[in-house]
Design a protein around this ligand. Structure first.
Ligand SMILES: Cc1ncc(COP(=O)(O)O)c(C=O)c1O
Length: 374
């Protein structure tokens, strides 16, 4: 059996009629950039997110730096995040001109460890940027408490956890803005690049809407800005998919439960941790190989045995060659947990259209390796 890592085409085939109808609607409207479909999706996405505003834009990275700029965060300012995230979290902070301050993650959830934040705060700190890594929310109540104490902005990097929730909180409730990515492989993915900001903050809404479109509030009127727009065809695809996202995430949850049940008792690796009461939407199902020296051979073994496993992310940001490329960056304290995660992580296939037979085949292969290597 061959188990793929992604199921984009399966997903398209399941709701082909809905996607095709929206694409046709856009093409026949003759308005392909910031046209009626974009406005429709903007409204639907704000409603879905429970926020006053949604601001679709070109991609998730832009969503982050547009928000930073809209809040006036840039040169001379510091933004705190964790070192074990997709590169774009730090990249967006650099694009805005600010300094990236990296701290360690919680050893269980892999999200930013709130207990490490205060030690990283300086006179220059302006913002905390938690990442809801792998589909599970960071500890937002603890982060918000620190942000309030030091009067810091909070921007959630929600590229990986759309429709997730904490035990007592929703995404967007305890922050100033939330940035998401709609790149193909995300839980809510379009057929290329896309992103959005959701917020209740009027300034973020107004300024990011200007910045994403050449600083233009009206035809021929401009101020400093960029070009970061979500195409209407992508908005149409997302509008069709948004109606299914909750049910698709429920499928991911069921598949994750199947993995966890099947892999229980393994000795050579640790299973992902889910915080009680949290809705983890399993963007990725990540196991950690106890012996880091065996990770790469295990991954290769899975790949040659038909399981398209991958790593997210095997090089922490501060360990990338050439870091920090002349940009402002500092690390605070030990990053041992982030580094351990980078050295040991393996993501098993996870998407809503994955079959139980494919999950069982993957479990079988992983356990076969475990037996031989524990
Ligand atoms: C945690 C995180 N932040 C930011 C991004 C950036 O999103 P994009 O690729 O749409 O720019 C991604 C995904 O790619 C991500 O996983």
């Amino acid at each position: 059996m061959n188990v793929p890592f992604y199921g984009h085409v399966r997903q398209y085939n399941n709701i082909k009629a809905e996607i095709d109808a929206n694409i046709k609607k856009v093409i026949e409207s003759g308005e392909y950039v910031h046209g009626p479909m974009n406005k429709q999706f903007e409204k639907e996405f704000a409603e879905f997110s429970g926020t006053k505003y949604a601001i679709p834009c070109g991609n998730g990275t832009d969503a982050l730096w547009l928000t930073l700029m809209a809040l006036g965060i840039g040169e001379g300012d510091e933004v705190i995040t964790n070192a074990n995230t997709f590169f774009a979290t730090a990249e967006a902070i650099w694009i805005a001109g600010a300094t990236v301050v990296m701290i360690d993650c919680d050893p269980k959830t892999k999200c930013i460890d709130p207990a490490k934040i205060e030690a990283a705060i300086s006179r220059k700190t302006k913002c905390i940027m938690p990442v809801h890594l792998y589909g599970q929310c960071a500890d937002m109540p603890a982060i918000k408490k620190i942000a309030d104490k030091y009067k810091l902005w909070v921007i959630e990097d929600n590229a990986q956890a759309i429709d997730a929730a904490g035990d007592t909180f929703k995404i967007g409730e305890l922050s100033d803005a939330v940035a998401t990515s709609f790149i193909i492989q995300k839980n809510l993915g379009c057929f290329g690049d896309g992103g959005a900001i959701v917020t209740n903050n009027e300034q973020v809404n107004r300024v990011t809407k200007l910045l994403r479109a050449h600083g233009s509030p009206a035809r021929n009127v401009h101020s400093f800005g960029f070009n970061s727009r979500l195409d209407d065809i992508q908005a149409g695809i997302l509008s069709a998919k948004l109606k299914h996202i909750h049910e698709w995430n429920n499928n991911r949850i069921k598949l994750a439960e199947r993995y966890t049940k099947g892999l229980k008792g393994a000795k050579a690796f640790d299973l992902p941790y889910q915080k009680p009461g949290y809705r983890h939407v399993w963007h990725l199902y990540v196991i950690e190989v106890k012996d880091p020296s065996k990770r790469d051979t295990f991954l290769k073994w899975l790949n040659t045995n038909g399981v398209d496993a991958k790593t997210h992310y095997s090089i922490a940001i501060h360990q990338q060659a050439g870091y920090p490329w002349g940009k402002g960056a500092r690390t605070v304290g030990s990053l041992a947990h982030a580094e351990h995660n980078a050295a040991t992580c393996i993501s098993l296939p996870m998407f809503p259209e994955l079959t139980e037979a494919e999950v069982d085949y993957t479990i079988g292969k992983v356990m076969e390796w475990d037996k031989a290597n524990a």
